[in-house]
Design a protein around this ligand. Sequence first.
Ligand SMILES: [Fe+2]
Ligand SMILES: [Fe+2]
Length: 234
Amino acid sequence: MFSKDLLSRRNFFVLAGATGAGLLAGCSKSVPPRAAATFTAIEALERQHGLTRRALAVMDKIRHGIDAQMDISPETAGGAVAIISDFMINCHQLMEEKFIFPVFAATKNTADLIAVLRQQHGAAFKLTDILKPLCAGLSQKDQENRRKTVNMIHLLTRMTLAHESWEDTALFPLLRVAVPGKSYEELSYEFEQAENQFLGQGGINRTLEKIAGFETILGMGNLGSFTPRPQDLS
Ligand SMILES: [Fe+2]
Ligand SMILES: [Fe+2]
């Protein structure tokens, strides 16, 4: 089964410099004043979820393409899964485990939810690890590879869309109450620092540009293309 603690089995040196240690509720007194974060923690999480959903939509488009026997290049499939690995797994989910989950893990009403969320992070890590070589080796000739790739993408997107929806509706709305006032400002600052350490300054925009590149390759680069045609609405 999957490890419950992603941090225990990942290289976490990047976050070592981002303290994270003093941001749980009630610990702001000893922290010296700092510049305010550009985005609050919830705003940053919202943007990260938006990026992961667009990356997952790219993966799903690849899945449909493989299913329809289209010629999806290994560069496209491999590049898309690299975004899932680099951004969703090794940035977004790690940041949740470092900064968000500890706030709720000891709370009676949310402990069970946190346990499931952690387990799903582990499953996403495993699925992405399986997908990397499958996507890099994608070819028209290897039907077994294609079948397995389709199945793994389905498992990853199905779980992660539900996972993020629960985080958005059952967990993140509780954050402002659990981490009030100055502590929330501290959390937002630490969260932003960690994101910059993971991705580099402006890295979130570079991630978006990468996703947009794959959206364009796959013919989904225009938001309007998702709108039903008039004939579909009759
Ligand atoms: Fe999560
Ligand atoms: Fe999340």
